[in-house]
Ligand binder design. Structure first.
Ligand code: ACO
Length: 323
């Protein structure tokens, strides 16, 4: 017998305000056509004044708990992946814990930028497999609109706000790749590349700062590393790309998503794509895509799902799970 972290529920929340590409044409030398053709993005959501990451995260968490038919008091740990917490501290996760009225268990943030949700899932899996938690609420939530330089057309058109969440529960499995739940994880980072994607502020500068990105370089690393990490995770579970029902990639750029699918030998019918409607929501993009993919009827119980992501650090990784 092997303890498995099995998905019991999922949910997401997107702020009301939808911003179409065309809105940027008024203030920037850009066009809907450029943004669509270079990134696949058509629109994104921006959160309202006062609607911080913890607010979006709480809404997604409530939706996931409702989907699981569980109460917050049944959760042992909340892990929240974010690079845009409301404040330097306390963690956004403890704010969510408070909002949910949960006085038991423990909560903390994980920061691995766009790869954050994959790292958080791997963390939750480790806590469940080691017996430290029986249930976990794993959330990805971001308000990247708060760290945009609105004069930089090469970044500000790409990102959006949102949140997604999964409820995981420990269940006994046979220890084979036919088990439901998380089957394998593969995590990587390489700090030599920290200058390719960063926010130029923080505690050291005493201001929040703005996102800076060498887009072309990140693109090159993404195309190389995402298929590699997905294949490594599959191999650890004694599976191959041919076994995959759904790739749920980090939603940064449709060209990266297509090229990774091609490298894995999978056609786009096996890929959940939401980038056109959400833009790049960093750590929120995978749980958002999982929840939307489930709601669309794409991801069904028993399906083999591979998530993969890369972001600032660089940090990248993949989680293989059976839904
Ligand atoms: N509108 C019009 N023109 C633009 C815009 C814009 N919004 N932005 C850039 N351009 C121009 C550039 O200035 C450049 O002009 P030049 O040739 O005169 O210098 C030209 O378009 C081409 O620029 P490139 O950067 O080469 O464009 P590219 O095809 O690489 O697309 C993009 C840019 C979309 C940023 C792409 O490189 C990309 O998606 N990179 C990866 C981003 C990513 O995956 N991030 C994931 C991690 S995010 C995280 O961790 C938070």
């Amino acid at each position: 017998m092997t303890l498995r972290a099995v998905v019991k529920g999922c949910g997401h929340y997107l702020p009301d305000r939808v911003v179409e590409n065309a809105e940027f044409e008024a203030s920037l030398d850009t066009s809907d056509e450029w943004i669509r053709s270079r990134s696949g993005i058509e629109r994104r959501h921006f959160s309202a004044e006062g609607q911080g990451t913890s607010v979006l995260a709480t809404r997604a968490a409530q939706a996931a708990l409702a989907d699981a038919g569980m109460e917050a008091s049944e959760i042992d740990v909340i892990i929240l992946a974010t690079s845009t917490p409301d404040m330097t501290f306390p963690s956004a996760a403890t704010m969510v814990q408070g909002n949910l009225g949960m006085t038991n268990g423990f909560a903390y943030d994980v920061q691995a930028v766009c790869a954050g949700f994959v790292f958080a899932l791997a963390n939750a899996n480790a806590l469940i497999q080691s017996g430290q938690a029986k249930t976990a609420l794993v959330i990805g939530a971001e308000t990247f609109s708060r760290i945009m330089d609105w004069t930089d057309r090469s970044t500000c058109v790409l990102f959006g706000d949102g949140a997604g969440a999964l409820v995981l529960k420990a269940e006994d499995g046979e220890g084979t790749s036919a088990d439901r739940g998380i089957l394998s994880t593969d995590l990587n980072s390489d700090g030599r590349y920290r200058d390719l994607l960063y926010v130029d502020g923080g505690v050291a500068t005493q201001n929040t700062g703005k996102l800076r990105m060498e887009g072309r370089e990140i693109f090159r690393h993404a195309v190389e590393k995402l298929a590699q990490t997905a294949e490594a995770a599959l191999q650890k579970a004694s599976l191959s790309p041919q076994d995959v029902d759904w790739v749920v990639p980090h939603q940064a750029n449709i060209r990266i998503i297509q090229s990774t699918a091609r490298k894995l030998g999978l056609d786009m019918e096996h890929v959940v794509v939401t980038v056109q409607d959400h833009g790049n929501t960093s750590a929120a993009s995978i749980p958002l895509a999982l929840s939307v993919g489930h709601a669309r009827g794409q991801i069904k119980p028993g399906d083999l799902v591979v998530t993969e992501a890369i972001g600032g650090g660089l940090a990248w990784g993949s989680v293989v799970l059976r839904w």
